[in-house]
Design a protein around this ligand. Sequence first.
Ligand SMILES: Cc1ncc(COP(=O)(O)O)c(C=O)c1O
Length: 375
Amino acid sequence: MELFDVYPLYDVAPVSAQGIEVKDDHGKTYLDFYGGHAVISIGHSHPHYVNRIKSQLEKIAFYSNSVQNPLQQELVGLLGKLSGCDDYNLFLCNSGAEANENALKLASFHTGKSKVISFSNGFHGRTSAAVATTDNPAINAPINKQQQVTFLPLNDFDAFEKAIQSDNYCAVILEAIQGVGGLDEPTTDFYQFIAKKCKENGVVLIADEVQSGFGRSGAFFAFQHHGIEPDIISIAKGMGNGFPVGGILIHESIKASYGLLGTTFGGNHLACVATLAVLEVLEQENLIENAKILEDHFKQGAAKIPQVKKIKGRGLMLGLEFDFEVADLRKRLIHNQHFFTGGSKNKELLRILPALNISKDHIDQFFEALNKELS
Ligand SMILES: Cc1ncc(COP(=O)(O)O)c(C=O)c1O
């Protein structure tokens, strides 16, 4: 048997990691400015995270959602407190796509409608409804094209108003900061307009915080920079710091009923302790504050590099735009300088998604390395 060959791979094999450092099978150390695609939030193998998971593993790793799981209650309490979203309820699943799948399904149940508004360059995952709301025809199979999705440009008030008034929509799905699309974000005015129009038209507003959530943008959720209240918030990635876990926060105005949603693995004991450990470290180490402080430090450093044409993003969800494609630069940063970085649909954008506990010194080292490769 061979692996189904769907990923173009860099020739590097990480075998251990600690904090922001990743070691390969030849003992070479890399600095992780990619966070395994915005997943590593509190640093690789954080001791509190490792202890929490290890000790849970020795007690019980899994039981189904047919019995009480006090860890889920503990998680709901801490997540509500730290996110400021304690008027939402939590449904747990296993990945970002699955979170959006459940969000869209719930919106459809709630409204009795089926069409969705999504935005140009949006990315929401690769499963049925989630991929249909993703602006990339190449990853939509014929079976996915059965979903009815209208793609609109960000910040086009007229187009949005015209569409939403047609009365067929169950949901609007939006990333507060686009990840895979290349770090564009709507204006606060546009976000507030969307929220208002969704309310007026009985359409469910879904904030996809799979990548931007859990402090990455310098607020617990990126939509919080815009002062709005979505009906559903989808979460994953940084939530588990590498443990596969996802979920949706559902505003209490949307009611649950038995059997409405369900999953085998979602909310299992290990996923709960992984997420609890992430939340505990975010709080104890002030990592959301750190993301804000380091955003400024990063942007100041980036502004000194003449080849950088635009600096995008917030917190530690950042991008540097050049006037050339960055694929080769990313390769050289890995192999010559030992830095992992990210790419995006915008081929001229280098994405920076490190753990939220990196230091100013790490950022300075990154700019030194980048300068070497650009000169
Ligand atoms: C904003 C956003 N939503 C959803 C997803 C899908 O998440 P997953 O790959 O865990 O299914 C991603 C993944 O990159 C994402 O960035």
